[in-house]
Ligand binder design. Structure first.
Ligand code: HEM
Length: 494
């Protein structure tokens, strides 16, 4: 009897002992451990909660695997920049799924180095300047869509509009394909296929099944629009296999349209809610771009770089509303990070949003204050605390393109339109505060508790708001951005 009991109990005891050993990994090293159930909450919320509660270096577990999350600027510098080769990779895809795994985002070091170098040729200053006509032409399509709505002061869902706009810009500029998503916002098959790739619940492999995507890209790369592609780009493409070219196109399209569209949504919302910024930006546009002799506005790459108010405005929008709320790195081989032992394959998380709203780095973090990024104050921002595009050798390859597109589009929009907050725009603001409020509650561990608290708060608001808010929580991304648009009559049209 005793033997039988021992026989049954020993594997259980052994398993518990093993788990105990594994789950003491961080404690043994004196690193605070976050035990909260992270599932059910968007990353930015759980990351922020975890750092508010435990400090700037926190361990947690994904199953048995230890993971480290850091908001300490010195450690971030080491991981992203100075010791880059030890932490060079993003997480791998769950299953083999060509061609996206051959794209620059997922390719592991050292192969990544070659691919990244070839891709970088697409974002030199010369090439960015050459992309301005594409942005201009695509903006004209946007105007065709928005003008009738602006004439009637309609409420527009800018989410769908900007998704199509940025998708057209990126497909034309980076993949040399023109799918004209703006002609039917929300109904473009290629855009839908790309969106599927990023719906986590479908699984990447399944989402890639539509041949449509590959065929579209294959057929269109450097087709009609670029019968004679620039020599340097041709050379770069020669050095990539066909799968790598497709992987690259998918990485660029995927990484390049939604991120930028989200920022345009946030920009539009802030402008609508704080009209004073529209006035100030219009003032700067007028002072910088208006030519007295010709009585016209002229815009080029250099002039756009010399607009400090515009620059600060966009930076502050990106601080509070990151498109990418966290980045990760994987430890390449067993190593130490400032005395912390990290076995091979340990994920390291850099929670960008939590970093951006840390009051140690940005006083009154929830206040929209673009002064932080104006010349007189910029030096007060500590290095490695503001990272909308991350930093170091594996930072966002398209960040200069994205900033150019944001600035260009914002200036053109403001020359033509005025944005006015409607009820739904204001609700969004309230929802954002709610998310932040909830995220500051240190002991709100589960998604359900989180929602109960929201329910209490929302009880006096309309049901529709709740629906919209739930979408926000679930997807941690913007589903809609409703703002009223009006024709501007106080400005020369460009
Ligand atoms: C506002 C817009 C954008 C934001 C906020 C953004 C942000 C980011 C961030 C945070 C990363 C991760 C960097 C890291 O892991 O260290 C990233 C990577 C990347 N981004 Fe962007 N991005 C934007 C627009 C774009 C655009 C327009 C393109 C393409 C033209 C692009 C292409 C990429 C690619 C290919 C990577 C992977 C780089 C690599 O692993 O070497 N992004 N982006």
């Amino acid at each position: 009897m005793l033997l039988a009991t021992l026989f049954i109990l020993s594997p259980i005891v052994l398993t518990i002992g093993l788990l105990w050993q594994k789950w003491r990994f961080w404690r043994r090293q004196g690193i605070p451990t976050d035990w909260s159930a992270r599932s059910g909450q968007p990353f930015h919320i759980s990351d922020n909660e975890c750092h508010r509660k435990h400090g700037k270096v926190v361990g947690f577990y994904e199953g048995l695997r230890p993971c480290l999350s850091i908001t300490d600027p010195n450690l971030i510098r080491k991981v992203l920049v100075t010791d880059f080769h030890k932490f060079a990779n993003h997480r791998e895809l769950p299953a083999e799924c060509e061609p996206i795994e051959k794209g620059v985002f997922f390719t592991p070091y050292p192969q990544w180095k070659r691919i990244r170098a070839l891709h970088s040729t697409a974002f030199t200053t010369g090439r960015l300047k050459a992309m301005l006509p594409i942005m201009s032409d695509t903006f004209d399509r946007l105007v065709t869509l928005l003008d009738p709505k602006a004439r009637d002061s309609q409420v527009v869902d800018f989410r769908t509009v900007y998704d199509s706009f940025t998708f057209d810009v990126i497909t034309r500029a980076v993949a040399g394909a023109d799918t004209n998503a703006l002609s039917h916002p929300g109904h473009n098959p290629l855009l839908k296929a790309i969106q599927l790739i990023f719906q986590a619940d479908l699984g990447l492999k399944q989402a890639l099944v539509p041949d449509l995507l590959q065929h579209s890209i294959n057929a269109s790369v450097w087709a009609d629009r670029y019968p004679n592609p620039p020599v340097d780009v041709n050379k770069a493409f020669d050095k990539l296999t066909e799968v790598e070219v497709i992987g690259m196109s998918m990485s660029m399209l995927g990484a390049g349209y939604e991120t930028t569209a989200s920022q345009l949504c946030y920009i539009t919302r802030i402008l609508a809610l704080k009209p004073l910024y529209q006035t100030k930006l219009v003032h700067e546009i007028h002072n910088t771009l208006y030519t007295k002799d010709t009585n016209e506005l002229s815009m080029d790459y250099e002039k756009l770089q010399k607009m400090p108010f515009l620059d600060a405005f966009i930076k502050e929008v990106m601080r509070v509303n990151c498109s990418v709320t966290r980045v990760d790195r994987i430890v390449t081989n067993d190593t130490y990070l400032e005395g912390i032992y990290l076995p091979k394959d340990t994920p390291i998380i850099i929670p960008i949003w939590a970093l951006h709203i840390d009051p140690d780095h940005f006083p009154e973090p929830m206040e929209f204050k673009l002064e932080r990024f104006l010349h007189d104050n910029i030096d007060t921002i500590k290095p490695y605390t503001y990272l909308p595009f991350a930093t170091g050798p594996r930072n966002c390859i398209g960040y200069r393109f994205a900033l150019l597109e944001l600035k260009y589009t914002l200036v053109k929009l403001l020359c033509r339109y005025e944005f006015v907050a409607c009820n739904e725009t204001k609700d969004m603001d309230c929802f954002n505060q709610l998310i932040q409020l909830a995220s500051l509650k240190p002991y709100c561990k589960q998604g359900c508790i989180f929602i109960v608290e929201i329910n209490e708060f929302v009880a006096c608001d309309e049901t529709e708001d709740m629906e919209c808010f739930n979408q926000l929580i679930q997807l941690a991304s913007l589903k809609r951005m409703m703002v009223k648009i009006k024709q501007r009559d106080d400005f020369n049209k460009t």
